[in-house]
Ligand binder design. Structure first.
Ligand SMILES: [Fe+2]
Length: 149
């Protein structure tokens, strides 16, 4: 995980600072026996019920359409929990004072964007990511876009 302020890329943001803005970050081992106990704890502590995997690849016909849904600022009514197994992605997440925190995730990174927290998501030039997701209810995925101020 690498994170910095979008308006100040010389100032790195670490996991402790992310947490003060409600974002959970943890580095986990990539083997299933390594990460699953931590995901089970997270599920029990935060009330998730379901686990699956999502994969985006450059050869998918609908890749642009999928990415288009998440590139504009939005929130969800459920936490967005992602543990990255392969590839990479970029989350821009609003801080408590409405600045952008740019968080680049790579394999071994677990991130929780809490419900109600504005964010947007992009793939990197690799156009590929595979993640474990945890959630309470699939309906929580529906993006709620931020009104233009
Ligand atoms: Fe999202």
């Amino acid at each position: 995980m690498k994170a910095h302020w979008l308006d100040d890329d010389k100032h790195a943001i670490d996991a402790d600072e992310l947490r003060t803005h409600g974002v959970v970050y943890e580095a986990l081992p990539l083997e299933p026996g390594g990460y699953q106990p931590a995901l089970d704890d997270l599920r029990d502590n935060r009330g998730y019920v379901t686990q699956d995997q999502i994969e985006l690849r450059p050869d998918m016909d609908n890749l642009d359409a999928i990415c288009a849904k998440f590139k504009d600022e939005h929130l969800h009514e459920d936490d967005e929990v992602r543990f990255v197994l392969e590839g990479e992605g970029i989350f821009d997440i609003r801080s408590n004072d409405d600045r952008w925190m740019r968080v680049t995730v790579t394999p071994g990174d677990l991130i929780v964007v809490p419900e109600g927290k504005y964010h947007r998501f992009f793939l990197t030039d690799k156009k590929a990511i595979r993640c474990v997701r945890l959630f309470k209810d699939q309906s929580g995925w529906t993006p709620v876009y931020r009104e233009a101020a």
